[in-house]
Ligand binder design. Structure first.
Ligand code: SF4
Length: 356
């Protein structure tokens, strides 16, 4: 039996370290692999404000999870910067960490605390002022999604004809605000933007940014995913290596999602997130929460667990902590290792609802 300070383990012996929080189900893009226009159109009902967890509720949830071993929080959406005053939430979460633990203080002795807060954005709302405000509030890391450099290709993929140079400006704003390295996420879909892999690599070499190539995944149940549309990581590695020799680099930590590689000529680092062809469920320490407070123990889950109801029923911290621990200890997810025609067809939760 795990005591309060013991870190719970799930059925596969995995601890809980990363909490990914969606702060809104809304987005200003309609990326075809995540929020296709046909589904997320004018008739789509997005959540009303009262349905969303408040910043106070989110901060309480973070504090409860910190007591169970969570050290890293990633804010996602939809598009998280659509949620107003996000800096207030970031400062609340940062306050939790600063008061308790430092990177060198072992968990077992210090009051548990959050040591890393990051955010994934499409960059459209990442003005210079916003980037600075996020940094000043305590945000540690920023990841910007960009799927092509060619405007025509990018417009087709983001579904709203948003121009590339405005996302590039967002990336520059993030770097000017002191975020380093800024990570760039590119979802690669065969026959759609795979020809953009080399132009993206050329652009971000020697930039200090870390470009990561993400295999197109069967997330949710709206993107009509097919295995034929996946550009396997092994192929991308060969494509890049032919022009810019690369070599594997050691992981930064156990459970890191991206496999690290670097240019042999010192031009920087790239990464590959290969959930389809090289699954990494064995070390998965992630749990996700939707903006209305439902918990999902896997990105490809079909059902969630309603924490918001318990929060609003005013249960004690101890009650909620025990409920969270039971939820994690019962976890046995390893979807990507068991993906099949049957599982691909399941009514899985939408990525725009729980974040990537
Ligand atoms: S498929 Fe699920 S269990 Fe596997 S790595 Fe992704 S989130 Fe974790």
């Amino acid at each position: 039996m795990d005591s309060v300070m013991d870190i719970p383990h799930d059925q596969l012996g995995r601890t809980i370290c990363d909490l990914r929080i969606s702060v809104t189900d809304r987005c200003n893009f309609r990326c075809t692999y995540c929020m296709p226009q046909e589904v997320f159109n004018a008739d789509y009902r997005f959540m009303a404000r009262a349905e969303l967890l408040s910043f106070e509720e989110i901060a309480r949830v973070v504090s409860l999870f910190a007591g169970l071993g969570v050290r890293k929080v990633r804010l996602t959406g939809g598009e998280p910067l659509i949620r107003h005053h996000l800096e207030v939430l970031i400062a609340k979460i940062a306050g939790l960490g600063a008061a308790c633990a430092s990177a060198t203080t072992p968990v077992a002795t210090a009051t548990p605390g959050i040591t890393d807060i990051s955010l994934t954005t499409n960059g459209a709302l990442l003005t210079a002022a916003k980037a600075r405000a996020l940094k000043d509030a305590g945000l540690r890391r920023l990841t910007v999604s960009l799927d092509a450099l060619d405007n025509e290709v990018f417009s087709r993929l983001n579904g709203v004809a948003f121009p590339v140079d405005r996302v590039l400006q967002g990336i520059d704003n993030a770097r000017a605000a002191g975020f380093a390295p800024v990570k760039i996420n590119m979802v690669v879909r065969k026959g759609v933007n795979d020809a953009q892999v080399l132009p993206m690599a050329r652009h971000f070499r020697n930039s200090g940014c870390i470009l990561r190539f993400i295999e197109y995944m069967d997330v949710g149940h709206s993107n009509a995913w097919k295995m034929d549309d996946v550009a396997p990581t092994a192929q991308l590695i060969n494509t890049i290596h032919r022009e810019f020799p690369i070599e594997p680099a050691d992981p930064n930590y156990k459970g890191e999602v991206a496999r690290r590689w670097r240019y042999q000529d010192g031009a920087g680092e790239i990464g590959f997130i290969s959930s389809v062809t090289q699954p990494f469920c064995g070390d998965c320490t992630r749990i996700r929460m939707s903006a209305d407070g439902r918990l999902y123990t896997c990105l490809f889950a079909t059902e969630g667990h309603d924490l918001r109801r318990l929060l609003r029923e005013r249960h004690s911290d101890e009650y909620l902590t025990n409920w969270l621990r039971d939820l994690w200890q019962a976890r046995e997810d390893r979807y990507s290792e068991t993906r099949s025609e049957r599982t691909v067809a399941l009514e899985k939760v939408e990525m725009s609802y729980i974040g990537g």
